[in-house]
Design a protein around this ligand. Structure first.
Ligand code: NAD
Ligand code: VAH
Length: 313
């Protein structure tokens, strides 16, 4: 049975649906701290992941043998509330790992390309093993997650695994707490207002992936035989592009769309991250592959957006 902790976010909602399809909804428990009303196909529990005893109670009562620990405070929100980011991202992860160790459950904790940072790593085709000197509290906490998860595997035999996701783009509105989230917000502004003020500069290249592909890859990785995996943490490259290129693809479909650029504190965060990623280890070890163009991606996103947002176009 699978527990998805942090189930109401951008990745949680579609991942819960996908896991239910694989193992059956009676075998999935979704949990989150948020009161937000979200339609979920399975049983739901209220959970603050920093509350270790409540977390453990849910895992033991539901006989969970796979914890999918998504709960986190993302980069932009984390810079506004660093103490909260440390508490949720570090304490929450330690709680999850201790429970996995105690209850002998497998555990997946996603990581991020935000574990890279600063100037001492290759920003183009960033390899999986390189200097990790992130400058955000989000990146710092995720390096900690990767390292302590690997430690729990080596020391206690916990089946810990992690993927460093690139920025994830959706066709849904959610709380835009990440630096890469301009790439989803831009579509809703294009449809509803015909214009967008982007918080990143036009040539800011970042690695990105469409949510459906991210979920597909995650399911593939969750199911992968542990013996196949030569490492605990893998890169996921997605496709690299910048706001100007994405805007140009949107303009092919909505020609009247206008974009302005007004970089804010998120520019510094984006500038500290890789421009593109090398995920050859993922391809080799667990069969990951991804090949799209920015135009394909923009079309997929727009096609996936609810028609209620498309009335003015
Ligand atoms: P999100 O911000 O959309 O959702 C996070 C969820 O965690 C929310 O539903 C929130 O209510 C919940 N949460 C926050 N604090 C909690 C707490 N104390 N207890 C329980 N739940 C809590 O984030 P997301 O985009 O869905 O990200 C999910 C995971 O994927 C995170 O670990 C994130 O680091 C990772 N990731 C996301 C991206 C991306 O672009 N979305 C990229 C790389 C990695
Ligand atoms: C963020 N989308 O911007 C997240 C992500 C790749 C970065 O982890 O914070």
């Amino acid at each position: 049975r699978v527990l998805v902790a942090g189930c109401k976010g951008q990745i949680g909602v579609p991942l819960v649906h996908a896991i239910c399809e694989v193992v059956g909804k009676e075998n999935v428990i979704a949990a989150d701290i948020s009161d937000k009303k979200v339609a979920l196909p399975c049983q739901y529990e209220q959970l603050d992941v920093t509350d270790g005893s409540r977390y453990d109670k849910i895992v033991s009562e539901h006989k969970i043998d796979y914890i999918v620990h998504l709960a986190a405070i993302l980069s932009a929100l984390g810079e506004r509330f660093p103490d909260r980011a440390t508490s949720v991202n570090v304490t929450g992860c330690i709680n999850a790992l201790n429970i996995a160790r105690e209850r002998k459950s497998r555990i997946f904790v996603p990581s991020t390309i935000a574990v890279f940072g600063g100037d001492h790593f290759p920003k183009i085709q960033t390899p999986v093993d390189t200097v990790l000197q992130p400058t955000t509290i989000y990146g710092i906490s995720k390096v900690f997650n990767e390292m302590i998860g690997t430690y729990y595997h080596n020391k206690f035999g916990v089946d810990f695994r992690s993927i460093r996701y690139p920025g994830v783009i959706s066709s849904e509105k959610y709380d835009f707490n990440g630096t890469t989230d301009y790439s989803t917000e831009i579509f809703f502004h294009a449809l509803e207002k015909g214009q967008y003020k982007c918080w990143l500069a036009p040539k800011t290249n970042l690695p990105m992936i469409y949510i459906d592909d991210c979920i597909k890859g995650t399911i593939q990785f969750l199911k992968a035989d542990g013996a196949q995996l030569k490492r605990k943490v893998y890169n996921m490259a997605g496709i690299s592009f910048n706001p100007e290129e994405l805007a140009a693809s949107i303009q092919k479909m909505i020609p009247s769309f206008k974009v302005e650029y007004e970089p804010d504190f998120r520019q510094k965060i984006a500038d500290s991250w890789p421009k593109s990623i090398d995920d050859s280890e993922s391809k080799k070890d667990w069969g990951w592959s991804y090949d799209v163009t920015v135009d394909d991606l923009a079309k997929k996103i727009l096609d996936g957006i609810d028609p209620q947002y498309k009335q003015g176009v």
